[in-house]
Design a protein around this ligand. Structure first.
Ligand code: URA
Length: 244
């Protein structure tokens, strides 16, 4: 990626405020320098393994069959209120799996994750680390929209996670990026705060895929002051992926 493109993406992330008008190139290279610091990759004691009791139900299923099962799913009450399921989208050879919380109103309408304003910011965040949306796979903990965008209930997440686990088995990603507290806590089966889950390498499920946590783009739209921390998380995840 050339520096003009990088500048454009950083601008979309709201990080241009850090670029000195007199020395933009110098300021950008200092951002890059902090990207490439050889920080020790921290590992944490694995949290309670996120193994769903229903995992075996989807094991061995291929992409078309899995998609069909999700589309027909009535395992929880969200099936009664959804417009459609939101299976996930992206490259089936992707190295990166991005996991959000659940579809919102727009995602429920379009059948695709992260298509609203938060999705636009997610796309910019990914492009900033050289990953066009088309190059990753994007999914959610839940395949259906909770009414009023409330948090996923424990039974909804437990019923739905086996679909994500089978998506992971098929995709074999090098890294998972959990965006937001709800996604991170559901995937890692923990109530540890997002602030404490960031900047560490977790491992997901049976596959033990490295998992990194960052802020949800909808939160960043409300709290732009934390975009810089999200940028640090993305660089961290890129470093983890490069070392897998
Ligand atoms: N927020 C999410 O967590 N997922 C989406 O798909 C959209 C918004």
């Amino acid at each position: 990626m050339n520096s003009a493109q990088r500048h454009e993406y950083l601008t979309a992330l709201g990080l241009d405020a850090w670029v000195r008008r007199d020395q933009p190139a110098a300021a950008l290279s200092s951002i890059r320098a902090s990207t490439e610091t050889s920080r020790e990759l921290s590992t944490v004691t694995p949290l309670l393994a996120p193994v769903s009791p229903n995992t075996a139900r989807e094991a061995g299923v291929d992409w078309p069959e899995l998609r069909a099962r999700v589309a027909a799913c009535t395992r929880c009450a969200l099936s009664a209120t959804r417009t459609q399921t939101v299976f996930g989208v992206g490259n089936q050879q992707a190295e990166w799996l991005i996991v959000g919380e659940a579809p919102g109103a727009e995602e429920d309408r379009q059948g695709e994750p992260f298509v609203g304003r938060a999705g636009q910011l997610l796309n910019s965040m990914l492009r900033a680390i050289g990953l066009p949306r088309e190059q990753v796979f994007i999914a959610n903990v839940l395949k259906c929209r909770p009414p009023g965008n409330r948090d996923p209930a424990a039974n909804e997440s437990a019923e739905c996670l086996p679909y994500l686990e089978q998506q992971i088995a098929l995709l074999k990603p090098k890294i998972m990026l959990a965006v937001g507290r709800i996604a991170a806590q559901n995937l890692l089966r923990t109530d540890v705060t997002l602030g404490r889950l960031r900047q560490q390498v977790h491992r997901f499920g049976h596959s033990q895929v490295p998992l990194v946590v960052t802020y949800h783009p909808a939160y960043l739209l409300r709290t732009p002051g934390d975009k810089r921390k999200a940028w640090e998380d993305l660089k961290f995840a890129r470093e983890v992926c490069a070392n897998v």
